[in-house]
Each structure stands twice: as C-alpha cells, then as structure tokens.
Design a protein around this ligand. Structure first.
Ligand code: FES
Length: 93
C-alpha cells in the first residue's frame, strides 16, 4: 500500500478503516445470484455448483458426481470449472 493522497503517509487511519470495511463487506454481504443453469443436460444451477465448490474438493466433473449427476454433452465443463475456480478464489481471499 503506497502513501495516501490525504497526506497522512502510509499509515492513514481513514484509508485503513475504508479498506477494512470494504474487506468485511465483501465477506459478509451475500451475493445475490440470478437463478441460472450452468449445465442444461443435468439442470445444475450455478448457485448449486458454487455451493458445492465451497464445501467439497475436486474439479467440476467431480462436483457434478457429488451432486448426483454425470456430464453428458460436456459443453458446460469449461465454464463450470471457471466458476469453481472463481468461487474458491473468493474463499482464499
Ligand atoms: S450442458 Fe452440462 S453436460 Fe451437457
């Protein structure tokens, strides 16, 4: 973190408070997701995949299996894997 534009230097209390508030609002504010299907063949919703990614290990295909499904046409797996990676990056942040 570089010097603050307010002139207080790197230890600016206002800036630190804003950064902390922003950090906690990201963690505590539930993200409202539209109801979207990521896998049409199996009717797997994006929200279900994100929830599974938070609770369990494995790639998208493994999560499909844990949700009780098998990929069929496999057209969704690339996008599903990106969603899994994104969800896990939120958890790591
Ligand atoms: S859309 Fe997911 S397997 Fe076909």
């Amino acid at each position: 973190m570089g010097p603050c534009s307010c002139g207080e230097g790197t230890v600016c209390i206002k800036r630190l408070a804003n950064a902390t508030a922003s950090h906690y609002s990201r963690i505590t504010t539930p993200r409202k997701l539209p109801l979207m299907y990521i896998c049409i063949c199996n009717a797997i919703r994006e929200s279900d995949l994100r929830s599974a990614a938070r609770r369990q290990n494995g790639d998208a295909e493994a999560l499909y299996q844990r949700l009780g499904h098998q990929p069929r046409c496999r057209q969704c797996l690339s996008a599903a894997q990106q969603i899994v990676a994104t969800e896990r990056s939120f958890m790591a942040a």
